[in-house]
Design a protein around this ligand. Structure first.
Ligand SMILES: Cc1ncc(COP(=O)(O)O)c(C=O)c1O
Length: 404
């Protein structure tokens, strides 16, 4: 067992407005039986040798973070995350660069989103910078698992669950923040395969006042049934619609972009606005920031409806549609099945060519904007790439009041 620093008990206010999980108190217990690294494996099935756990309880606050050998959790059968879905997660990646350095892609955006989701889930607040430092130490511990490949990376899954060992729906008195890691290949091998989407307004992914802008497991579990129905209709993913006018919101578990000639004859890249039913994707933001910087066409956050899309398709004004997300970065949409008809979402060559070009440009920028895991001068790095990045400043933990 390696004690990085002596555990310093942190102060905690019962009103749940303060967090403490001090990276300096991190304890590391190394595995004595490291696993062989797999070659090609299905996503999310083989995990690295270690995991990070940080426990919280209402009377003592955050406990010392612990990196320990990967293993099962022991949970009370009444654990409130299992019964009432008081839980959430995030998904981000670490990459190995040509220079052999490990880098995160804009991790503070994920941790900010995680904080926002935690607030909505009535889980305690945590210090995002301190948590990131703990994640950095975990990745450092399992650094041999970060693939030495341009097309593969290490997927990082921070998870936050209520562990209240009692039935009854209430704010949890105990919780567990943990992180597991696994290798992940590239969605694209050499070319972008367009996705087929099934759009049926009878299902809704999210609604105003709900939790569509949060990354809670419950949002995903309930999307499984429509997903299988999409497959029964010969499609790979559900295209999520909302409201009477069949607004297009998201593509499966990706944000959606439409590249078209709009109603005013302007070339436009459009994506639905963050009005509470859209997950604020890190890739979405990066695409918006990048394309705005390029200044090659109008870039807009606006509502898009199926009737606008169908008219544009009929008038051959659609240049391409694509989804954006951590898994694939950019994924072109080939066709949509809507009201019993197959609608080709673009002239095929142009569609994939644009998505692939954007993917390549994003990838090129990714190596510039990725957060070096040892992060010397990283905030300068991010700023010089023109990104409104959240700077990572390694500070000792202070009491951080939660913004209401
Ligand atoms: C519903 C949904 N939309 C969009 C995204 C894309 O978000 P990001 O770019 O942060 O991966 C995700 C993935 O987390 C998602 O689950």
């Amino acid at each position: 067992m390696v004690h990085v620093h002596r555990f310093l008990k942190c102060h905690y206010l019962l009103c749940c407005s303060v967090i403490c999980n001090q990276a300096a108190d991190l304890v590391i217990e190394l595995s004595s039986t490291p696993k062989p690294k797999p070659d090609v494996i299905p996503f999310g099935t083989v995990f690295t040798d270690h995991m990070l756990t940080i426990e919280w309880n209402a009377s003592e606050g955050w406990q010392a973070p612990l990196i320990k050998p990967f293993g099962n959790l022991s949970l009370h059968p009444a654990t409130s995350s299992l019964h009432y879905a008081i839980q959430l997660y995030e998904g981000l990646k670490a990459y190995r660069g040509d220079d052999n350095k490990l880098r995160f892609f804009r991790p503070m955006l994920n941790l900010k989103r995680m904080s926002n989701t935690a607030k909505r889930a009535c889980l305690p607040a945590f210090d995002e910078s301190e948590f990131l430092e703990c994640i950095r130490r975990l990745v450092e511990t399992d650094q041999d698992w970060v693939p030495n490949s341009d097309s593969a990376s290490l997927y990082i899954r921070p998870t936050f669950i209520a562990t209240e060992p009692a039935l009854g729906l209430r704010k949890p008195g105990s919780a567990l923040l943990y992180v597991i890691l696994c290798q992940v290949g590239s969605y694209f091998k050499n070319k972008a395969e367009p996705l087929s989407m099934w759009a049926d307004p009878k299902y809704t992914r999210a609604w105003k006042g709900g939790t569509g802008d949060c990354k809670m497991g419950g949002n995903y579990g309930c999307s499984l049934f429509p997903q299988y129905e999409a497959e029964e209709h010969g499609c790979q993913q559900a295209l999520w619609l909302y409201g009477e006018d069949h607004q297009i919101t998201e593509a499966g578990t990706m944000n959606l972009f439409l590249h078209w000639i709009n109603e005013d004859g302007e070339e436009e890249l459009a994506t639905p606005p963050l009005d509470g039913i859209i997950l604020p994707g890190v890739t979405r933001l990066s695409v918006l920031e990048l394309t705005r910087k390029w200044g090659e066409f109008k870039v807009t956050e606006r509502y898009l409806t199926m009737s606008q899309l169908c008219l544009a398709l009929k008038q051959q004004r659609v240049k391409g549609m694509f989804g954006s997300g951590t898994a694939s970065m950019i994924c072109p949409i080939g066709h949509i099945v809507y009201q019993g008809e197959v609608r080709d979402s673009s002239r095929p060559t142009e569609d994939t060519a644009f998505s692939l070009a954007l993917f390549q440009r994003l990838k090129k920028n990714k190596s510039v904007i990725c957060q070096p895991i040892s992060w010397p001068g990283s905030s300068h790095f991010l700023k010089s790439a023109g990104f409104l990045a959240t700077p990572i400043v390694m500070t000792r933990l202070q009491e951080v009041p939660r913004n209401n």
